[in-house]
Design a protein around this ligand. Sequence first.
Ligand code: NAP
Length: 260
Amino acid sequence: MFTPLEGRTVLVTGGTKGIGKGIAGVFAKAGCNVVISGRDAETGDASALELTRRGGGQVAFCPGDVARGEDCRRVAETAVEWYGGIDVVCANAGIFPDTKLVDMTEEDIDAIFATNVKGSMLTVQACVPHLERSGRGRVILTSSITGPLTGFPGWSHYGATKAAQLGFVRTACIELAPKKITVNAVLPGNVVSEGLDELGEEYSAQMAASIPLGRLGLVEEIGAAALFLATEEAAYITGQTIVVDGGQTVPESLAALQAM
Ligand code: NAP
């Protein structure tokens, strides 16, 4: 039995949809107060209302673009104003546009790094003083299997950002350890989300066929891994990654998968 997290404050960037909404829902169910951020206010307000109605802790939406430092600082300060502090930050906001390297523009590269890498770093930086005050601060990044472990045509820039997040984790965890803040990352495989849906049914079907457990992941399954990293019992885990992919990265070959 894990020590309850009831009453803690959690900030989830990109918490208005997909995996972030799943993470927010899992923490709210555990009795945490959750601030979700994103750029689209209509979706954000609707998601906050929906998650609050499910019961548990309160969920509130604060608009913000993680690629902008002033937005990251305002979102963190708003969370503190509303709930008195920040105990956990889930730097989850991310984009995954699909472009082959030969067609990629400099703007494409800048845009994905601004959200996925700079956005994660600015979010964490804005939360550090509050996490330190918590005395049991937790930073949890949503990386991916793509980049750190695997590759997929169309996502060389995306894979580079997701691997870069782990480089950040490995130094930030050392810098923040004296402040009693742990820094870890969850690496999802293919998870049903609004963003993944945009890649089409064929993509999802092909992915499901390459996963030993035979299905895509659920957003709540990524939330469960994030929740574990936020527990008292995970206080000694820092600078690490948890892969949540239904076994997708394990088979040595197609034959290994088909031999089942
Ligand atoms: P999604 O359904 O498209 O949701 C993305 C969320 O991020 C939305 O809330 C979106 O809200 C927000 N967002 C995007 N750009 C933002 C910005 N500049 N500032 C603030 N918020 C921003 O995507 P998802 O599939 O849940 O992916 C979430 C994270 O999981 C990403 O980091 C992604 O790389 C990672 N991931 C996903 C999968 C998967 O299979 N789904 C697998 C591995 C890793 P607004 O658009 O309103 O800003």
